[in-house]
Design a protein around this ligand. Structure first.
Ligand code: WT7
Length: 637
């Protein structure tokens, strides 16, 4: 099945060259390994001006037939999904390919029965339980467009996402487990729906056995509905370019964007990249610790692994519960061979001490992956030495929600590794660096803005409901290029080293937030007149959130109670994941004469670089800088 798997540096070089010289032939070959109801005609049509990108034109398929049905003959009894619960004492659950197909069919039949049709948007707001995977695939099976919202987002954030895409159906649960805590989930949906008009029905999975508010005619228990459906469900035929899902992500403006991915191209790239980056072999057990609420979970817990007939592990819990050895315990318990996690998790486990790792054998591990933010060398070495016992390649995978799949990464066990370097692009991916004018910077040992100059199958097609936003965000900065928003270096051997975001986006524990989005949330607080948010280096999270806040009554409200209330506003408007780490009350912000906040100065102060603030003479009121510097919060605050 997977003879598009590259097995040596020579094969990589040949594949890369072919992908640049004859991209259509290259992708035709990759795509031919999937099962299509009808083969595509033209391979590619594109321009980056509108933008308009179409892959595998007029091809017909259903991605779930590729994830499930086509494996039944050879792998029907192979374990497709291992579910490891939050509580180490609760039994893990294993589903074979045949069983997952049945569960997906049942869920698909329930959705159909409750009125969900092809093209409808379904919001999935669930914790990491098997029903989340089944829901995603059930939507795909009947052609409904899933919009998974991470279960840590607040009611307001859920409402915004439901409204933006006009979801008609929500799948949720009574509550969720998070380490020692149990947290309500359905109640959040109820609160969100006060602000939504499009949702007709809600399906509720019973995870905790909690009594929840169930509105007759609107809310349905999953376990009740299961009694009335069978396990057969014909997959709906989809066009290559039909949308498969929407996933919201933050940008430099206040409102998150609904990134739209298509059925055909996304499928082709998810399987291809999974197989190559991780070098998956038929008997491997693979574990990605992300949440399915993020793109990493979509592409590398659900779609990529299942497309390749892999055994994928899904974990409900957190790395620190019951103690900081949980990841390593789970690896030994399920004999995990390939492990994919985030630098922030590595750093927090590093801080907990190496004894937690040394308590486990970890001998099953063959390859390790990292994703979400630049991995610092110290964390890379700790991961490589203590987790990988210096025998497992560590692949540092650079990509984005918008790219759908891994773009720049070593191939495990094949490519040369260099700590803190993502490495070379996958065949089919053409990254370039440009300067501020959009001029390509050639050669090595150079630094610039990272762009992609040729389309790839899993690239973003549009931002839901607002194509112009997609154009402006990604295709207007530099003509004829997709702009990533990242800065990067190309080192002597052509390897890329990602530096980080160059826009007003901060990356906290591998999650993206727009500074404007957090400012909006802070400004909801009645005591706040204005705020400015910047990122600063944080030992565990990569970047922390530093907020400068102007209060309506400084003397009265300049206290910790106000700080707590501001944090509460952020938790309410976005969710606990976006809590500011530091809040400094200020009487003014450094603004230019035209009223623009000089974030550069605020960033420097947050980073503690107070001796290199640069030119402040163009400021409206240079004195505010002195006050901000004097009252700055340092690491120990
Ligand atoms: C941004 C995308 C891709 C899944 C998780 C995050 C940063 C991602 C790396 C890496 C350096 C990385 C970039 C990118 N990023 N992976 N290996 N090295 N930076 O997805 O939320 O869409 O964020 O994460 O800044 O633009 P996302």
């Amino acid at each position: 099945m997977s003879n598009f798997k590259i097995k040596s540096v020579e094969e990589y070089n040949a594949a890369y060259q072919l992908s640049v010289e004859q991209p259509e032939a290259f992708w035709d070959h990759i795509a031919s390994h999937y099962s299509w109801r009808k083969k595509w005609g033209k391979t590619l049509e594109w321009n980056f001006q509108e933008p308009n990108v179409k892959w595998f034109i007029d091809g017909k398929l259903n991605i779930t037939e590729n994830c499930l049905d086509r494996h039944i003959e050879q792998r029907g009894n192979k374990i497709a999904l291992i579910w490891e619960p939050n509580d180490a004492k609760e039994k893990a659950v294993r589903y074979t390919y045949r069983e997952v197909l049945k569960e997906v069919n049942k869920m698909a039949n329930i959705l159909r029965k409750l009125g969900v049709q092809k093209g409808d948007r379904v919001c999935i707001y669930l914790p990491m339980i098997p029903e989340l995977t089944f829901s995603v695939l059930a939507c795909a099976r009947i052609g409904a467009i899933h919009s998974v919202v991470f279960a840590g987002f607040s009611a307001n954030a859920v409402a915004d996402r439901i409204n933006d895409s006009g979801c008609k159906f929500v799948i949720t649960s009574d509550g969720l487990n998070r380490g020692p805590k149990q947290i309500p989930v359905k109640a959040v949906v109820d609160e969100a729906l006060v602000h939504c008009t499009t949702v007709e029905k809600i399906l509720v999975v019973d995870r905790l056995g909690w009594p929840v508010n169930m509105e007759v005619g609107r809310d349905f228990w999953y376990h009740e509905e299961l009694k009335n459906v069978n396990d057969q469900c014909e997959a709906v035929e989809m066009d290559s370019e039909d949308p498969l899902f929407i996933l919201y992500t933050s940008g430099s403006t206040g409102k998150p964007k609904g990134v739209v991915h298509s059925c055909g191209g996304y499928m082709v790239y998810a399987g291809y990249s999974f197989s190559n980056v991780f070098q998956y072999n038929e008997s491997d057990v693979y574990w990605c610790t992300a949440d399915i609420g993020w793109i990493t979970g979509h592409s590398y817990i659900v779609y990529g692994p299942l497309l390749m007939g892999a055994t994928t592990l899904m974990f409900e819990g957190v790395p620190s519960y019951p103690d900081a050895g949980r990841f390593w315990q789970v690896i030994d318990k399920h004999s995990v061979n390939i492990f994919y996690t985030a630098p922030t998790a590595i750093r927090s486990l590093m801080a907990a001490g190496v004894d937690h790792v040394l308590a486990y054998s970890l001998h099953s591990l063959k390859a390790l992956g990292s994703v979400g933010e630049p991995i610092n060398e110290e964390a890379w070495h700790w991961y490589h030495t203590h987790v990988g016992k210096s025998k497992c390649p560590v692949v540092d995978t650079w990509w984005q929600t918008e790219t759908g799949g891994i773009m720049i990464s070593a191939l495990a066990g094949i490519s040369e590794l260099k700590p803190a370097h993502a490495g070379l692009p996958l065949p089919g991916i053409q990254p370039i660096l440009v300067d501020g004018d959009g001029k390509e910077i050639t050669g090595n040992n150079v630094e610039g803005y990272l762009c992609i100059k040729f389309p790839w199958p899993s690239m973003i097609r549009t931002t839901y409901g607002d194509h112009e936003r997609c154009r402006i965000n990604y295709f207007a900065t530099y003509p004829n290029l997709y702009f990533t928003g990242d800065g990067a270096r190309r080192e002597s051997n052509g390897m890329f080293r990602i530096i980080g975001r160059v826009d007003d986006v901060i990356n906290v524990s591998g999650h993206r937030f727009g500074t404007a989005e957090i400012e909006n949330a802070i400004n909801q607080n009645k005591k706040v007149i204005e705020s400015a948010v910047v990122g600063y280096p944080h030992d565990i999270k990569g970047q922390g959130i530093y907020a400068y806040v102007i209060l309506n009554d400084y003397e009265e409200n300049n206290n910790n109670q106000t700080r707590d209330e501001i944090i509460e506003s952020v938790v309410e408007y976005i969710g606990r994941i976006a809590k500011p780490d530091k809040i400094q009350f200020v009487t003014g912000l450094p603004k230019t004469r035209s009223g623009k906040i000089m974030r550069r100065i605020l960033r420097k102060v947050a980073e503690g670089e107070i001796n290199s603030l640069g030119d402040t003479s163009t400021l409206l009121d240079p004195l505010v800088v002195e006050e901000i510097v004097t009252n700055r919060l340092t690491t120990s605050d």
